[in-house]
Write a protein that binds this ligand. Structure first.
Ligand SMILES: [Zn+2]
Ligand SMILES: [Zn+2]
Ligand SMILES: [Zn+2]
Length: 322
């Protein structure tokens, strides 16, 4: 991925993040976005709908229920052009307005949505039962018996922990939610290892860190780095601050050569079982790090049937050998 040295000064269409927050800090303006979204007032050729749909000023004002013409016009004008577009026929959401409306839909739903019960997989570390919990729009799968996979890098017992929109829980059993979360994690990771933020499309900055004194004893994370894994990849978007920090063994599984290699050997990395994924990471992937230059060679498989991917300090691929 590209080596990004510093966060760009982000300007969206002439609107800074501070200005965008300020524009949206008003109930009438948010109601305008809500009404246009609910009416399907969107752009022609957007997505699968090729019909342009707009709403007239008077109809929009009536639905938002603001009596004062001048006051309504003032608020509407603040939203144009960044969140709302004005056309010859009327008003519709811009791409940014639609993205915002989708985000509201994504974070709506039960704030304390419940997912209860154990999943039908066993802990890949100790064989114990796995429990799903949902808190602060994060879906976590944890072992009920052992310390889990992440040492001090996550709450005790954690096997998988990732943001998960509440609407995605509706109608899914814990097992289905687990499969969905694994898919989301792997597809987000695939974006980020290509250097693209899955949330905002900005460049992603990668950083490799390697524990120099790594030593793991039975069921105990390393004393030095407090995790079971010696090499970690941190992937960070400086624009929207979306970030992931994962063992390098897992980072490489989302790269195209590894996806193909594993698929030919029976593992689809986009729909793995938890056991399958962690069996892969723990028993079939070996790493070898060098300090100068800081690189890590990750080998999947063994002997003649192996694939080695070497990443540099920014998690860019510098060598592939099979
Ligand atoms: Zn366990
Ligand atoms: Zn360590
Ligand atoms: Zn981003």
């Amino acid at each position: 991925m590209d080596d990004i040295q510093s966060a760009p000064e982000t300007e969206f269409d002439g609107v800074s993040p501070e200005e965008a927050f300020a524009i949206l800090g008003d109930e009438t303006r948010l109601n305008i976005l809500r009404v246009l979204w609910q009416a399907g007032a969107l752009h022609e050729y957007d997505d699968i709908d090729d019909s342009a749909s707009t709403m007239s000023f008077s109809e929009l004002r009536r639905r938002v229920n603001v009596g004062d013409n001048g006051r309504f016009n003032y608020h509407l004008s603040k939203l144009v052009p960044h969140f709302v577009r004005k056309t010859g026929e009327g008003y519709r959401l811009s791409g940014g307005g639609k993205k915002l409306a989708r985000t509201v839909v994504t974070v709506a739903g039960e704030h304390d949505a419940e997912i209860s019960g154990e999943v039908n997989s066993n802990c890949p570390v100790c064989g114990g039962a796995i429990r799903a919990t949902y808190e602060d729009q994060w879906l976590r799968f944890s072992c009920t018996e052992c310390a889990g996979l992440f040492g001090d890098a996550a709450p005790r017992g954690t096997l998988l922990n990732a943001p998960f929109p509440a609407p995605g829980l509706a109608g899914r059993t814990p097992d289905q939610a687990l499969r969905t979360e694994l898919y989301l994690c792997m597809s987000d990771l695939a974006h980020m290892m290509q250097g693209v933020c899955p949330e905002c499309a900005s460049p992603v900055r990668g950083t490799l860190s390697v524990c120099a004194d790594h030593e793991v004893t039975d069921d105990q994370p390393c004393r030095s780095c407090r995790t079971p894994f010696a090499a970690w990849g941190e992937l960070r978007c400086d624009t929207c601050r979306f970030a992931k920090r994962l063992p390098v063994e897992l980072c490489v599984t989302s790269l195209a050569p590894v996806i193909g290699y594993l698929y030919e050997r029976g593992l689809n990395v986009f729909s793995p079982s938890l056991e399958g994924l962690f069996d892969l990471v723990q028993t079939q992937v070996t790493i070898a790090a060098t300090e100068s230059p800081l690189e890590v060679a990750t080998t999947i498989g063994s002997g003649d049937d192996s694939l080695t991917i070497t990443l540099d300090e920014h998690l860019s691929v510098v060598d592939i050998s099979q």
